[in-house]
Every structure is written in C-alpha cells, then in structure tokens.
Design a protein around this ligand. Structure first.
Ligand code: PLP
Ligand code: COI
Length: 339
C-alpha cells in the first residue's frame, strides 16, 4: 500500500500510477490501454472545449473487512454512462468493456485502495469527451474515453455531521433538458450556485423542479432521501434528476434489510417540514444528513437535529456501508471483486 495519510484525505485529486485510455476514430473504438501519462493533449478546437461535449461517471472501490477489494454495482454506472452518451450524441463504449476498463484501472492502482476502516475509499472517474476540432455546432467525430482513480476522504467537511442547505434560486437543469444524465454541462450550470451557497454559509443547494419550482429535485451532486415520522423512506421522482445508484440501492436496503416502506414519488417542497429526517445520497456523499433547509430566511429544521444522523438515516447508512465493506451479505451481483 502507498504511504499516504489516508485518514486526512479530503475529496480531492491525488495522481495515481495508471489510467485507461481508448479512442474512437473512423466510427470505431480501439482496444484501449493502460498508460502512465496523466496529461491529455488535444486540438484547441476540440468539441469538448468549445461545446462541452463530455459526460462522466463516479464509483468507488473498497477494501472489505476480510481483505478483499470490491467495487459497487459498476454495471449500473456503465448503463447510465451509455444513456448519457446517447443523449449527448456520443458513441457508447460497450458496457462490458466499460466495466473491464474500470476493473483494470483499479487493479493497476491497487496500492492506492485505502485500508479498511480508514474512512477513505478509491474514487473512480470514467469519462468521455469529443476530441477533434468542431467549430459549427455539431457532435464531434472522434472521442476519447478515459478512466482514472484517486483515493478520497469524505465529500462534506465534518464527515457525517448534519449540514445546512438552502433552496436555490438558480436551476441546475431545464425541463426536458439533461438533468437526468451525467453531463459535464450540468455541473458547469451549478458552479455559480454552489459558490454563492458556500459564500452564504450553506453546504449545498436544494434545487426545485425547473418548471414549477414547487417540487424537490436534488442537490448539485446527490439525490435526496426523506424519512416520514412513521419510518417510510421517500425519494423524489423527476425526469430532471440523476437516477442515483446509491438512492436506488438504499430503496432496496430499506425494504429488504430494514423492512421499511419505500415511496419513490413527487415530493412537494411544502411537505418537507413534515418529514422526520432528511439526507443526501450519492457515491461521493454516501449519506450526508441534512439538519436544516433554509428557504429565503425561513428555516425548516428536521427533528433529528444538527448533532447526529437521525436513527433511520443511521440504519440506512450502516447497512449500505456494511454491504459495501463486506460486513453484511450483499444482494446478488452488487459487489464485483477485483482479483
Ligand atoms: N445527483 C447528481 C447530480 C450527482 O452528480 C450524483 C453523483 O453521482 C448523484 C446524484 C448520486 O448518484 P450516484 O448515487 O449514482 O453516485
Ligand atoms: C459522485 O457522487 O460520484 C459525483 O459525481 C458527485 C460529485 C463529485 C459530482
């Protein structure tokens, strides 16, 4: 294992040894290979630089209690990236090869997988972009698909302490736009809003649906979970939010492991004051409890408070991370072992 102070890692980039690179040219993908060079060289007029033709994914590898290295549901990331590519007029990198590229990249950087119990994990970032010169507004002809990985600590400072967020006046997605895919452009849209939120002392933005601004959507990098006072897990449904793999997994965990009722439905902003617990979920965030939502000065405080995760959120967190770290039995196909 590398000599890294794993416990003090934040969510940042650490250059690792190898990355996977494949090129799409003349209508076909090459085999791809692991390379040493972390730099990307491209035309000044590359499609990604001019018209932001790029999408990405994020998943993690974990060391389990019994010393295995696993990654979590990579097939779902492969499928979601294929959806992103189709929406952005980019060529799909075949899903089975996509998972292989992720596995090979983890293997090639195995000494960067943080130790069990350190609080850190290996974050894997597959991404694709238009690479040839494009000046008229149209899709590129040539693309590069890359996978790198970097060891990371918690996404939110303070780890799992409840955060305060605000309702954003900016939108991150448009009705009938690209909110449901992992396009770089969605994150560019959110940068001003997140800097502004941080400047005002908030950890994140709660985005409302861009059409009516009455329904809860998601944050810049995670889906919402809510728990009712009688212990039902409620998750917002919308065409303009990213279908989080963590959220979909938590719905299974809630129902099958914890015996909770689960509802995936539209959630009106007006009803959130009645929930007992609120959290953000995603690969980077895992589950981050939300203690308070501020809507233009009006504070909505969840009964679980600002000191600790609420009891249901904690159960969901412990069960999900228990599965990911090999302490609890995973549903069939959820863990892919790196050997
Ligand atoms: N929503 C957005 C906008 C995201 O960027 C992410 C991160 O991937 C998520 C939700 C959570 O998705 P997942 O659980 O698949 O990581
Ligand atoms: C993730 O959770 O993987 C994300 O992509 C969120 C953020 C880092 C963009």
């Amino acid at each position: 294992m590398k000599d890294i102070d794993w416990g003090s890692l934040g969510f940042g980039y650490v250059q690792t040894d190898k990355r996977f690179v494949a090129n799409f040219k003349d209508g076909a993908w090459d085999e791809g290979a692991l390379v040493d060079d972390p730099m990307v060289t491209m035309s000044e007029c590359a499609g990604v630089l001019q018209y932001a033709q790029t999408c990405f994914e994020g998943l993690k590898a974990y060391r389990t209690e019994d010393g295995r290295i696993v990654t979590f549901r990579p097939d779902l990331n492969a499928a979601r990236m294929a959806d992103s590519c189709r929406r952005l007029e980019m060529p799909v990198f075949p899903e089975d090869k996509w998972v292989e590229a992720v596995v090979e990249t983890i293997k090639a950087n195995i000494d960067f997988v943080p130790p069990y119990g350190s609080g850190a994990t290996l974050y894997i970032r597959p991404y694709m972009f238009g690479i040839n010169p494009v000046i008229g507004v149209k899709p590129a002809n040539d693309y590069q698909f890359r996978v790198f990985c970097t060891p990371v600590g918690p996404y939110f400072k303070g780890g799992v302490k409840p955060i305060t967020i605000r309702v954003s006046d900016f939108d991150r997605a448009a009705p009938n736009g690209t909110g449901h895919i992992k396009a770089g452009l969605n994150y560019a849209m959110s940068l001003h809003a997140i800097v502004d939120a941080h400047n005002q002392g908030f950890a994140e933005n709660m985005y409302l649906d861009p059409k009516t601004r009455t329904k809860v959507e998601e944050t810049g990098g995670a889906n919402f979970i809510f728990i009712t006072k009688d212990g039902t897990l409620v998750t917002p449904k919308s065409d303009s939010i990213l279908p989080s793999i963590t959220r979909r997994s938590l719905c299974v965990v809630a129902e099958k492991y914890l015996g909770m009722k689960v509802e995936h439905r539209e959630v009106f902003f007006d009803e959130i004051k009645d929930f007992a617990e609120c959290g953000l979920c995603g690969t980077a965030a895992v589950i981050s409890p939300v203690g308070k939502v501020v809507d233009h000065g009006n504070e909505i405080c969840f009964p679980a408070g600002m000191e600790e995760m609420g009891p249901w959120t904690k159960k969901l967190y412990d069960t999900l991370t228990g599965i990911q770290m090999g302490r609890l039995e995973a549903p069939e196909g959820w863990l892919v072992e790196i050997k």
